[in-house]
Design a protein around this ligand. Structure first.
Ligand SMILES: [Zn+2]
Length: 163
Protein backbone atom coordinates (compact mmCIF):
# COMPACT_ATOMS: atom_id res chain seq x y z
CA UNK A 1 0.00 0.00 0.00
CA UNK A 2 2.96 2.33 0.61
CA UNK A 3 5.28 1.05 -2.11
CA UNK A 4 4.88 4.18 -4.22
CA UNK A 5 5.97 6.32 -1.29
CA UNK A 6 8.95 4.15 -0.43
CA UNK A 7 10.01 4.20 -4.07
CA UNK A 8 9.72 7.99 -4.12
CA UNK A 9 11.79 8.14 -0.95
CA UNK A 10 14.53 6.05 -2.53
CA UNK A 11 14.82 8.68 -5.26
CA UNK A 12 14.67 11.51 -2.71
CA UNK A 13 17.30 9.90 -0.54
CA UNK A 14 19.66 9.37 -3.48
CA UNK A 15 19.83 13.14 -4.00
CA UNK A 16 19.47 14.17 -0.38
CA UNK A 17 22.18 16.30 1.15
CA UNK A 18 22.19 17.04 4.86
CA UNK A 19 21.91 20.84 4.93
CA UNK A 20 23.56 20.77 8.33
CA UNK A 21 21.02 23.11 9.88
CA UNK A 22 19.77 22.85 13.45
CA UNK A 23 16.28 21.89 14.55
CA UNK A 24 15.66 25.52 15.45
CA UNK A 25 13.55 27.60 13.07
CA UNK A 26 16.08 29.61 11.02
CA UNK A 27 13.57 32.37 10.29
CA UNK A 28 12.14 32.34 13.80
CA UNK A 29 8.76 31.48 12.39
CA UNK A 30 5.98 29.05 13.24
CA UNK A 31 3.07 28.53 10.85
CA UNK A 32 -0.18 27.01 12.04
CA UNK A 33 -2.24 26.01 9.05
CA UNK A 34 -4.90 23.57 7.92
CA UNK A 35 -4.39 19.99 6.76
CA UNK A 36 -5.91 20.94 3.39
CA UNK A 37 -3.84 19.20 0.72
CA UNK A 38 -3.92 22.28 -1.52
CA UNK A 39 -1.76 24.23 0.93
CA UNK A 40 2.02 24.08 0.56
CA UNK A 41 3.08 26.05 3.66
CA UNK A 42 6.76 26.46 2.75
CA UNK A 43 6.20 27.45 -0.89
CA UNK A 44 3.32 29.76 0.03
CA UNK A 45 5.63 31.85 2.21
CA UNK A 46 8.86 31.56 0.24
CA UNK A 47 10.42 29.28 2.83
CA UNK A 48 12.56 26.18 2.70
CA UNK A 49 13.12 23.26 5.06
CA UNK A 50 14.81 24.54 8.21
CA UNK A 51 13.16 27.97 8.13
CA UNK A 52 9.97 27.40 10.12
CA UNK A 53 8.00 25.13 12.40
CA UNK A 54 4.88 23.92 10.62
CA UNK A 55 1.90 22.93 12.75
CA UNK A 56 -1.18 21.59 11.02
CA UNK A 57 -4.65 20.54 12.02
CA UNK A 58 -8.08 20.62 10.41
CA UNK A 59 -9.10 24.26 10.20
CA UNK A 60 -5.78 25.66 11.53
CA UNK A 61 -7.40 26.00 14.92
CA UNK A 62 -5.55 27.04 18.08
CA UNK A 63 -6.20 23.89 20.05
CA UNK A 64 -4.46 22.77 23.23
CA UNK A 65 -2.18 20.64 21.09
CA UNK A 66 -1.33 23.52 18.75
CA UNK A 67 -0.47 25.57 21.84
CA UNK A 68 1.68 22.73 23.14
CA UNK A 69 3.74 22.87 19.94
CA UNK A 70 3.93 26.67 20.05
CA UNK A 71 5.09 26.63 23.67
CA UNK A 72 7.94 24.27 22.78
CA UNK A 73 8.75 26.10 19.54
CA UNK A 74 8.85 29.57 21.09
CA UNK A 75 10.58 28.72 24.34
CA UNK A 76 13.08 26.14 23.12
CA UNK A 77 13.34 26.22 19.32
CA UNK A 78 13.88 29.83 18.27
CA UNK A 79 10.37 30.84 17.26
CA UNK A 80 9.63 34.56 17.72
CA UNK A 81 6.63 35.00 15.41
CA UNK A 82 3.59 32.94 14.54
CA UNK A 83 1.38 32.99 11.46
CA UNK A 84 -2.04 31.39 11.81
CA UNK A 85 -3.18 30.63 8.26
CA UNK A 86 -6.75 29.54 7.72
CA UNK A 87 -8.02 29.28 4.14
CA UNK A 88 -10.94 29.64 1.79
CA UNK A 89 -13.10 26.62 0.97
CA UNK A 90 -12.14 24.88 4.23
CA UNK A 91 -14.09 21.78 5.25
CA UNK A 92 -14.67 23.08 8.80
CA UNK A 93 -15.59 26.65 7.81
CA UNK A 94 -19.17 27.51 6.97
CA UNK A 95 -20.57 24.46 8.70
CA UNK A 96 -21.27 23.25 12.22
CA UNK A 97 -20.06 20.35 14.34
CA UNK A 98 -23.60 18.98 14.28
CA UNK A 99 -23.62 18.95 10.48
CA UNK A 100 -20.26 17.20 10.39
CA UNK A 101 -21.44 14.60 12.92
CA UNK A 102 -24.56 14.03 10.83
CA UNK A 103 -22.47 13.54 7.66
CA UNK A 104 -20.24 11.00 9.42
CA UNK A 105 -23.32 9.23 10.68
CA UNK A 106 -24.66 8.96 7.12
CA UNK A 107 -21.35 7.99 5.49
CA UNK A 108 -20.07 5.59 8.13
CA UNK A 109 -23.06 4.69 10.22
CA UNK A 110 -21.18 5.54 13.40
CA UNK A 111 -22.04 8.02 16.10
CA UNK A 112 -19.54 10.89 16.43
CA UNK A 113 -21.37 12.37 19.40
CA UNK A 114 -18.93 13.93 21.82
CA UNK A 115 -16.30 14.67 19.16
CA UNK A 116 -15.54 18.34 18.60
CA UNK A 117 -14.56 19.23 15.05
CA UNK A 118 -14.21 22.96 15.77
CA UNK A 119 -16.33 23.95 12.78
CA UNK A 120 -17.37 27.57 12.46
CA UNK A 121 -19.70 29.68 10.36
CA UNK A 122 -17.73 32.86 11.10
CA UNK A 123 -14.16 32.58 9.87
CA UNK A 124 -13.06 36.12 10.71
CA UNK A 125 -14.23 36.01 14.33
CA UNK A 126 -12.87 32.52 14.75
CA UNK A 127 -9.46 33.64 13.54
CA UNK A 128 -9.56 36.62 15.91
CA UNK A 129 -10.55 34.34 18.77
CA UNK A 130 -7.70 31.95 17.96
CA UNK A 131 -5.16 34.78 17.80
CA UNK A 132 -6.42 35.98 21.20
CA UNK A 133 -5.93 32.50 22.56
CA UNK A 134 -2.26 32.54 21.54
CA UNK A 135 -1.73 36.08 22.85
CA UNK A 136 -3.24 35.24 26.22
CA UNK A 137 -1.30 32.01 26.76
CA UNK A 138 0.92 32.58 29.79
CA UNK A 139 3.48 30.02 28.69
CA UNK A 140 4.25 31.85 25.44
CA UNK A 141 6.81 34.70 25.45
CA UNK A 142 5.10 38.10 25.89
CA UNK A 143 6.93 39.56 22.87
CA UNK A 144 5.84 36.77 20.51
CA UNK A 145 4.47 38.32 17.30
CA UNK A 146 1.22 36.76 16.14
CA UNK A 147 -0.59 37.31 12.84
CA UNK A 148 -3.73 35.80 11.38
CA UNK A 149 -4.24 35.25 7.67
CA UNK A 150 -6.60 33.60 5.20
CA UNK A 151 -5.04 31.81 2.22
CA UNK A 152 -7.09 31.78 -0.98
CA UNK A 153 -6.72 28.28 -2.40
CA UNK A 154 -7.76 29.47 -5.85
CA UNK A 155 -5.50 32.52 -6.26
CA UNK A 156 -2.65 31.70 -3.90
CA UNK A 157 -3.06 35.05 -2.16
CA UNK A 158 -2.51 35.40 1.57
CA UNK A 159 -4.85 37.99 3.06
CA UNK A 160 -4.30 39.42 6.56
CA UNK A 161 -7.33 38.46 8.59
CA UNK A 162 -6.34 39.31 12.14
CA UNK A 163 -3.20 40.48 13.90
ZN1 LIG B 1 -9.11 23.56 5.86
Amino acid sequence: MFDDLLEANRRYRSEFHDPGVEGRAAKGLAVLTCIDSRIDPLAMLGLKAGDAKIIRNAGARVTDDALRSLILASNLLGVTRVCVVQHTDCAVIGTTDEEIRARIRVIRGVDAEGWEFLATTDQRNTLRHDIDRIESCQLLPPNLQVGGFVFDVHTGQLVPGAS
